[in-house]
Design a protein around this ligand. Sequence first.
Ligand code: ADP
Length: 229
Amino acid sequence: MIRMSDVFKEYENGTKALKGVSFELQSGEFAFLVGPSGSGKSTIIRLLIGEIAPSDGTVIVNGQDMDNIKMRKMPYLRRTIGVIFQDFRLIENKSVYENVAFAMHVIGASKKDIRQRVPYVLELVGLEFKAKAKPDELSGGEQQRVAVARALVNNPKLIIADEPTGNLDPARSLEILTLLKKINELGTTVLVVTHEKPLVDHFHQRVIAIDGGRIISDAMDRYYDYEGQ
Ligand code: ADP
């Protein structure tokens, strides 16, 4: 879950990126976060994953107040969050299987757990037959599905996807979003940052729209058409 309450963020150079942002995403919910470039979407993501701290207000993720979290506790919190990026960020010289297994290895999972869990998530994303392939042998859509499997493998409570379809054609984009929705239906909370209006419209989900560091709309199945203004 996510709870942002009256969050302000001013960067060191004086840029006011967020000007009183409040929203909640309950456990098990799915939402899109939309807004034009420079509106504050990345700042929200960086606050949620603990990369930066708010100037004012509170950010609570999976029950943990990000401002009061002790540095030594941060790795544990980060394990409860899976992040998916636009540019996939796979390790080029590792196979599909190894890329996903590595995410479990770094948090100290046992070999037995890795052997059980990795095939399960590869099957979930439809890549069980590509386990041995290297990223450069895969299409963009397949690479993003590896990144989804990697984000999922440690069974996070929350998945944050930052423009996950930015490098994909419309058909592959639809596939990735369908996959994220399926993962949500299996119980994971999902927040997807995107500005692809047709995709957002297709799914009829909650849409949180931000502009100029403020939430300007938060409603089911409504995309605030900022480009048309
Ligand atoms: P978006 O992800 O919606 O494009 P950002 O959160 O990246 O928006 O940016 C919001 C505002 O904060 C913009 O005006 C941007 O220029 C500014 N900004 C982002 N990161 C920094 C930074 N590290 N230092 C100073 N200003 C920043």
